[in-house]
Write a protein that binds this ligand. Structure first.
Ligand code: UTP
Length: 298
């Protein structure tokens, strides 16, 4: 009895898993010897945008699932003694503070996925650190530009529904075959009670054009589904399959987020993000916009 009374029904999201053990095959040769997550948009590595998004949504602990060749990510969120000494000698104290703030922004844990057996397998590697808590999951590619970061938007839905929430974006019909597609009943502004999840459907069979984007909040029950999954045809364990399996047992909500999304794991998405952030960054916006105008006039 005591136990039941102590148990709070409204769970807060305190942890986020950032799986970064993927191979980044769409961005070769850039990702041959460096993690795609460390590619910078103007001056900030993609992974830092994701960590900042998580922290803005109230996340205190970030669990990275890393793999071979991803050491630079750990170093990025660590103190860099030698570099700090050099900056100190040059009197660049503000820069030291700025770099330290990146390391102090959250508590970081690292687990290692030895073989790239899929995003779901990566998540299972982090599951031991969850203690049965719901968790945010951010994949390494999608950066979304908006005043309210995307994960904060999802957290609002989670706080109301206390059920898994996934980020959705309407994609052109011709492109549905590149996405996991969700369909369901619209229950309030931008919120869908999902009834179907289909992986990369043919446009003529797609139940909607709501594409699943790499930002999720999942409950321990979804993690349990992952534990029971068999690998798919390509030998991978996928979060999308666990969500699909969970649909027969509980509700999953989709949220059509507000903001402009860039798939930074693709060449074009990366370029578009660079342009948008270059036009907003204090040090570049004036001259970069002048350059673009001149360039486009040619
Ligand atoms: P992606 O599907 O984007 O795969 O993974 P990828 O390998 O990173 O990139 P491409 O498509 O080959 O260019 C979705 C997320 O899951 C992670 C990735 O790092 C990314 O954040 N992931 C994927 C793992 O951590 N482990 C895996 O085995 C697979």
């Amino acid at each position: 009895m005591m136990h039941a009374m102590q148990h709070s029904t409204n769970k807060k999201i305190r942890k986020a898993i950032l799986p970064v053990a993927g191979l980044g095959t769409r961005f070769l040769p850039a990702t041959k010897a460096q993690p795609k997550e460390m590619l910078p948009i103007v001056d900030t590595p993609i992974i830092q945008f994701l960590v900042e998004e998580a922290v803005a949504a109230g996340i205190e602990e970030i669990i990275f699932v890393t793999g071979k060749g991803k050491r630079a990510i750990e170093d990025h969120f660590d103190y860099m003694g030698e570099l700090e000494q050099v900056l100190h000698a040059k009197g660049k104290h503000e820069e030291i503070e700025r770099l330290r703030a990146i390391s102090d922004i959250a508590h970081f844990s690292y687990v290692r996925q030895k073989t790239a057996r899929g995003d779901g397998d990566a998540i299972l590697h982090a599951a031991k650190l969850l203690n049965g808590e719901p968790v945010a999951i951010l994949f390494g590619d999608d950066i979304i530009l908006h005043d309210t970061p995307c994960l904060s938007q999802l957290v609002q839905v989670f706080e109301e529904k206390q059920a898994p929430v996934i980020a959705l974006e309407r994609v052109p019909k011709a492109k549905v075959s590149s996405y996991g597609i969700a369909a369901g009943k619209k229950v309030s502004d931008r919120v869908y009670d999902i009834s179907q999840i289909v992986e990369k459907p043919d446009p003529k069979d797609a139940p909607s054009n709501l594409g699943i984007v790499g930002k999720y909040i999942v409950t321990p029950e979804v993690i349990d589904e992952l534990r029971h999954l068999q690998p798919d045809k390509s030998g991978e364990i996928r979060l999308a399959d666990a969500l699909h399996a969970y649909l027969t047992k509980g509700n999953i909500y989709g949220y059509e987020f507000e903001g402009m999304r860039f798939d930074c794991g693709s060449k074009l998405g990366f370029l578009m993000a660079t342009v948008e952030y270059g036009l907003r960054h204090n040090e570049t916006k004036k001259q970069f916009s002048k350059y673009l105008k001149e360039r486009m006039g040619k």
